[in-house]
Ligand binder design. Structure first.
Ligand SMILES: O=C(O)C1=C[C@@H](OP(=O)(O)O)[C@@H](O)[C@H](O)C1
Ligand SMILES: C=C(OP(=O)(O)O)C(=O)O
Length: 409
């Protein structure tokens, strides 16, 4: 589905939108619920990635295909490895077969499990022989993906002796590790994270309880971008959000102050309001703690004619697409002066935005969603717009609600 986005001139936005549950929290809780059936989940994400996770956890098939879902691939690797007696081939989309899992697989092998590669060493598909894990100490590198660490943490309490993980080297996307540990704490599972050592203590059963998933902050980023580009006085209410979030992407509230967006926390919602024009100084941010909002921020800067230097982007090359190359190529077509390295992005201040450019999305939901707010400036085409469902089912419906007109190409 290729679409053309447009807006009516001078529209001041004043809308309320409800966003589905966090994909990251949901995919953790689905694994935990399988291990601890005492858990009930409310406001579960309706994303494709969470649907794939639910299906993978309910099937007895030998081959389990999780499509593009990175968290499902990584979290299920440990889950199946600890599933004594079961043999599973875990696979995914063509892109998933080029997203690395070797660091996690090696850690699980060190714990005594048997995992082999069906095709390319280091990448899915992998064949997992479920084993009873009795070892309780493992080392793992933390600089490639935090998902490997969360994966081990999610099964840790159900291992006979719990688990002590020693993190080696620099650690990336730390808030996601803390999210996993906070969820364990909330469920009554004892754990600690001191220096580079994480410990999770064994727990057979937990109290029966309901966990309410906060809505997805990465999805909220597109509304931050829209309000940043909208007229002063425009506002959007988003629910259901809270001030004490487990999601690192809640740093959006602070970052978007640069663009004159004020965030007010309500009972169960946030109000985003454009209170002044964007600051014109170069935006310098390290996004190693919040990689999923890099695309949104780069495009907001471009639309607002603000230069930026984004660093800490070393994980972007192994996400749904190489996001650094994709941003470079698509923003250049719009007229941006942009350069990227393997870990950073530099964007010059620009005054012109080319109209009617067709943006390629490379099977990456965030490419489609991050470019959509540019419709507030120029007519823009988004190719394969259906990719958004990986994390946000009703994204285009919600765009129409805030006044973006969508036509087919
Ligand atoms: O644990 C999680 O839920 C996630 C961790 C991050 O991945 P990396 O740790 O690979 O950066 C993030 O980009 C991804 O969207 C979700
Ligand atoms: C990187 C992402 O997801 P995953 O790694 O779970 O595929 C994302 O949602 O931006």
């Amino acid at each position: 589905m290729d679409i053309l986005l447009n807006v009516l001139a001078d529209k001041k936005i004043n809308e309320s939108i409800t966003i589905s549950g966090s994909k990251s929290e949901s995919n953790r809780l689905l694994i935990l619920q399988k291990l601890f059936p005492e858990i009930s989940i409310e406001n579960l994400s309706d994303s494709d990635d969470s649907v794939h996770m639910q299906h993978a956890l309910s099937t007895n098939d030998e081959i389990v295909d999780i499509s593009h879902a990175g968290t499902a691939m990584r979290f299920l690797t440990s889950y199946f490895a600890a599933n004594n007696g079961r043999e599973t081939v875990l696979t995914g989309s063509e892109r998933m077969q080029n997203r690395p899992v070797e660091i996690l697989v090696n850690a699980l092998k060190d714990l005594g499990t048997t995992i082999t590669y069906e095709d390319k060493v280091g990448y899915p598909p992998i064949r997992i022989q479920g084993t009873k894990i009795t070892k309780d100490k493992v080392q793992i590198h933390g600089n490639v993906s935090s998902q490997y660490i969360s994966s081990l943490l999610l099964i840790a309490a159900k291992l006979e002796n719990g688990l002590e993980i020693e993190l080696i080297g620099k650690i990336t996307s730390v808030p996601y590790i803390k999210m996993t540990l906070s969820l364990l704490t909330q469920l009554g599972i004892e754990n600690s994270f001191e220096g580079n050592i994480i410990k999770v203590y064994p727990k057979k059963e937990i109290q029966k309880q309901t966990v309410v998933v906060e809505s997805d902050w990465s999805s909220a980023s597109y509304f931050y971008s829209i309000i940043a580009l909208a007229d002063v006085g425009s506002e959007i209410n988003l629910s259901a959000y809270k001030k004490e979030s487990l999601q690192g992407d809640s740093c959006l509230a602070e970052i978007y102050q640069h663009f004159g967006v004020q965030t007010t926390f309500g009972e169960n919602s946030i109000n985003l309001k454009k209170v002044k024009v964007s600051a014109k100084e170069t935006l310098e941010i390290d996004l190693k703690n919040a990689p999923d909002i890099a695309q949104t921020i780069a495009i907001t800067c471009f639309a607002e004619g603000i230069a930026c230097n984004l660093s800490g982007l070393h994980t972007l090359k192994i996400k749904e697409t190489d996001r650094l190359v994709a941003l470079h190529d698509e923003l250049s077509k719009l007229g941006a002066i942009i350069s990227v390295t393997d870990i950073s992005l530099h964007l010059e201040k620009s005054l012109v935005i080319n109209e009617n450019i067709a943006i390629k999305t490379y099977n990456d939901h965030r490419m489609a969603m991050a470019f959509a707010p540019l419709a507030l400036r120029v007519p823009i085409k988004i190719l394969n717009a259906e990719v958004v469902t990986k994390s946000y089912q009703k994204f285009w419906e919600d765009m129409q609600q805030i006044g973006i007109k969508i036509g087919s190409l």
